[in-house]
Design a protein. Structure first.
Lengths: 221, 712
């Protein structure tokens, strides 16, 4: 569709959890505020509004992103997955189940961000992306094989998501439980071909083939 | 005696009634029942205060003062009000007049005075959050500045002895003759420990949504106790309590900073009254340190006099701290030294200086967390100086009665915690010499500290009603408890099910609204004891009366408690690795063993212990705040500058407990577990760093710039 614009607002479409939402957004509005205040999807939390806590984590084209740092007007046509889109009432995502089983939360406010980030993290690991905690010899091999998720790896990869209640040990356990249930994004033929940011910059020209990637990042049921 | 929750043989041995059993045959109370709101929280369905959006809801954005002290001389809102969607700018000139609040932090927009940087001087209200934010930035405020003073120092001339410290404790207290005992002691030890301010920073920022329906005020507030918020709002706005409904259904943490009403609910209610619209106010993260309370900084002098065998004859604990110019709050850091060790002469005291700083308040284990850091660091220094094992030194000094009051303890299992912790940790293999264990560039060390936290309980009311038909009745428990992450819903259901002798899923629990029977705050680790007592009493009366509904009040029961000293105890063991190149301290192991009465839910209890210990790890290693001497206010205001522990900072943490049967507590038998986890952990880690490096820092946090091991 052709976006309708004024000086201060635009009408655009966000694909959230496989549902297309056509919304008129203030140019200053973040994706997080559009989700929470316009679409009533309040599962994504606002902890700091500055990209410091991770409570607002969503999957953008299958990749983790702090939605408080995304201007909505720049994301016409984007595909987003929020915590509400990971499972459904009858069948929660395996990581959501694992969080309940491991008591991996207390107040619950960072929890949606931890879970969405965890799904994205497991997907990144399945695609072979290394982290700061990846042992040097593994980096040298650069095989693109799925990353071995030691606890140190999980902790490193999840450190963008703060939890003040101190549920970290249980969150790590939940991620270990669920680690076999999240695979690479479909269509990721050469997982080690480059860092995620390089591929994401190609997104516009490649949007059709990526259309289902957000939901693919969270399958496993 | 020491047994883990999972292997307890005598969990209900002291119960004269079998209690109810779950499907597995296990008792309901004490079982690791899953959180009732768990599904809602992991799916994003649980709604917090800012996630209720009444029709035609608009947005408020506060304006913090940009001077450290003074008064507002003029506010120009013309540019802000010209923005499309602007609705109102509330200031001290036009905001609704409030009744005199008990807590001066709630006297919002009533006078032009600016007691500190960050104090709110206006509130912008707009149709959208984006416009409200732009308005707040466009409001021009002129000030008359006055001189300011924000730094606590040991020789500050404004220091005075208050009458009371937080919690209602006498500020100064002496048992025996400290001076004489200290002077006569064969071994004298004197050191001063310094702690910076600390911030609660719950993950959910303080938020409220308020709407007036006729003369009735409805507020969704991020609070640790909606009953108190309701009565406070009623008093401020000249209403009867029945004209106010406050809902705190899900609360994203508080750690004390939501323990009493905070500005957001008052601002939202004022703006809603002023505009006639529903108003949502979310306090920005960077503004929280200025308006929701903080742990005050402390300078603590410890003087210990001992005999050759390490037994204490003299214990002096002198605390210097700050408060705000407009409100006295005294962090009661010397109070745990009235409880822990049986010296002959004990003198504890507090001095406080009013400064041009935000008002300090409760942060998880106020008093005990900083005070036990100092006392338990000092004990470690004594152990090192005398060549006595730190566990043994503590065991030798456990008193028979509470030293301060002479009262008997209702139960006291610190020794069991120390011994069980030492066994689990492998303490007996420890080489006491500091600075001798190397692993490449790393120096390794282990440390121990004791923990204590008092048992508080407050009167509450609750009701229970039989639902449905007689074949398989259900029960509805109603009590205005608050679940800030503790699992209150779940444990209250367990208490009810056990007393009623029914399965857990036969009990429905309604909490989190001031329209429910009034209850105390989720604070002071008192929630489960206070609410649980009322729920237990209601269920017992229902069972015994055979009626269909019972409402009870525990005020008389709480007042008529026997005269015991009631405290939870614990022991924390830590292992650290200190990088001799970078100075970074990494926690390798953290283990806590606690004696906190009956553990009512093994799953949520473990989470609370681990969570408290994690916050203690932050206090020890990462968290620091600074008052800006020149500009006023705090320097570390957001989560990029104020470092709460992240995943990578936190290892596996072990939390265990002693099965403790204390008949002198309350019918439920728990002592409270929300805070004791943070107590002890900072000293255990700091003592481990000393053991690793041989250097004693006497301040926290132990960041690389401080630790920076020279010479490698």
């Amino acid at each position: 569709m052709i976006p309708q614009r004024t000086a201060t607002s635009s009408t655009l479409t966000l694909h959230v959890n496989d549902t297309a939402h056509t919304v008129t957004v203030d140019h200053r509005a973040t994706v997080l505020d559009v989700l929470r205040e316009q679409l009533d999807l309040t599962g994504s939390k606002k902890g700091c509004d500055h990209g410091q806590c991770g409570a607002c984590t969503v999957l953008l084209e299958g990749r983790r992103a702090n939605s408080c740092l995304l201007l909505a007007v720049a994301h016409d046509g984007a595909h987003l997955t929020t915590v509400e889109g990971l499972g459904d009432a009858e069948e929660p995502h395996p990581l959501q189940r694992a969080f309940e089983e491991r008591d991996a939360f207390q107040c619950g406010y960072c929890t949606p961000g931890q879970i969405v980030s965890g799904v994205g993290m497991l997907c990144e690991a399945a695609e072979g992306h290394p982290s700061h905690a990846t042992p040097g010899e593994v980096l040298q091999r650069s095989t693109g094989e799925p990353a071995e998720l030691s606890r140190a790896e999980i902790r490193e990869r999840m450190s963008g998501n703060l939890c003040r209640c101190g549920a970290y040990p249980h969150i790590v356990a939940a991620l270990e439980d669920a680690s076999g249930h999240v695979g690479p994004r479909s269509g990721t033929a050469h997982p080690a071909s480059g860092p995620a940011s390089d591929r994401d910059s190609d997104r516009d020209s490649d949007r059709d083939s990526d259309r289902d990637s957000a939901s693919d990042a969270a399958p496993a049921r | 005696m020491a047994v883990d929750d999972t292997t307890s043989q005598d969990r209900t041995a002291s119960r004269d009634r079998a209690g109810s059993r779950g499907r597995s045959g296990e008792p309901v109370l004490g079982s690791p029942a899953a959180r009732r709101e768990g599904h809602a929280k992991v799916t994003g369905a649980a709604r917090y205060a800012a996630e209720h959006t009444p029709p035609a809801c608009v947005y408020g954005r506060p304006v913090p003062a940009t001077v450290p002290h003074g008064s507002v001389t003029g506010i120009d809102d013309s540019e802000a009000m010209a923005l499309p969607g602007a609705l109102a700018v509330l200031t001290h000139e036009n905001a609704p007049r409030l009744g005199e609040p008990d807590d001066p932090i709630l006297a919002l927009l009533q006078t032009p005075q600016v007691p500190h940087r960050g104090w709110y001087v206006a509130l912008a209200v707009a149709e959208t959050p984006e416009t409200a934010r732009e308005m707040a930035q466009a409001i021009r405020v002129d000030y008359a500045e006055e001189p300011h003073d924000v730094l606590l120092r040991a020789d500050h001339p404004g220091l005075y002895h208050p009458e009371e410290a937080n919690g209602g404790y006498p500020a100064d207290q002496e048992t025996g003759d400290f001076d004489a005992e200290y002077a006569a002691a064969p071994h004298q030890f004197d050191a001063t420990y310094t702690l910076s301010p600390l911030h609660n920073h719950p993950m959910e920022p303080h938020a409220a949504t308020a709407v007036w329906e006729g003369g009735h005020l409805i507020a969704y507030d991020s609070s640790q106790g909606a009953t108190l918020v309701g009565t406070t709002l009623a008093a401020l706005f000249g209403l009867e309590p029945a004209q106010v409904t406050v809902v705190s259904e899900h609360v994203g943490g508080g750690f004390g900073s939501k323990g009493t009403p905070r500005p957001q609910a008052v601002l939202a209610a004022m703006a809603a009254l002023h505009t006639g619209r529903a108003v949502k106010v979310v306090l920005p993260r960077r503004e929280l340190p200025g308006v929701v309370g903080h742990r005050a900084p402390t300078i603590q002098r410890l003087r210990l006099g001992t005999r050759d065998d390490g037994t204490l004859t003299a214990l002096g604990h002198d605390v210097l701290t700050h408060t705000a110019s407009f409100k006295e709050f005294v962090e009661q850091a010397a109070v745990p030294s009235r409880v822990m060790y049986g010296a002959v002469g004990i003198r504890t005291g507090h001095q406080v200086v009013p400064l041009d700083v935000p008002a300090p308040s409760w942060m998880r284990a106020p008093g005990e967390a900083p005070g036990m850091y100092a006392l338990e660091s000092a004990m470690d220094e004594v152990a090192t100086a005398l060549g006595i094992d730190p566990v043994e030194l503590r065991l030798r000094n456990i008193p028979d009665r509470e030293p301060d009051s002479g009262k008997p303890f209702s139960s006291h299992h610190l020794a069991d915690c120390l011994r069980e912790g030492a066994r689990r940790f492998g303490w007996e293999r420890r080489d006491p010499r500091p600075g001798t264990r190397r692993d490449g560039d790393l120096l390794l060390g282990t440390g121990v500290a004791a923990a204590t936290y008092p048992v508080y309980v407050a009167p509450s009311t609750a009701s229970v009603q039989v639902l449905g038909d007689g074949a398989r009745p259900g029960y509805q428990v109603r009590v205005n408890a608050t679940d800030i992450g503790t699992g209150a819903r779940t444990v209250l259901a367990q208490i009810a099910a056990e007393e009623l002798g029914v399965e857990l899923d036969a009990v429905r629990v309604d909490i989190g609204s001031s329209d429910l029977p009034a209850a105390s705050v989720a604070g002071g680790s008192s929630g489960t004891a206070s609410w649980g007592w009322a729920v237990h009493k209601a269920c017992r009366e229902l069972r015994e009366s055979g009626g269909s509904i019972v409402t009870v009040d525990t005020a008389t029961d709480v007042r008529s408690q026997e005269d015991y000293a009631r405290h939870a105890f614990g022991a924390v063991f830590a292992e650290v690795a200190v990088d001799t190149v970078t100075g970074e301290v990494r926690t390798r192991r953290l283990l806590g063993v606690f004696a906190a009465g009956r553990i009512l839910n093994a799953r949520t209890a473990r989470s609370q212990f681990i969570g408290g210990m994690t916050m203690g790890l932050g206090m020890a290693l990462t968290e620091q705040s600074t008052l800006d001497a020149r500009l006023g206010g705090f320097v570390e205001r957001d989560l990029a500058a104020y470092h709460v522990p992240a995943h990578a900072d936190v290892p596996d943490i072990d939390a265990h407990w002693i099965e403790e049967h204390d008949p002198h507590l309350n019918p439920v038998g728990g002592k409270g577990i929300g805070e004791i986890g943070i107590v002890g952990t900072p000293a255990a880690l700091a003592n481990a760093v000393h053991h690793a490096t041989g250097t004693r820092h006497r301040t926290l946090p132990l960041t690389p710039d401080r630790v920076g091991v020279s010479g490698g």
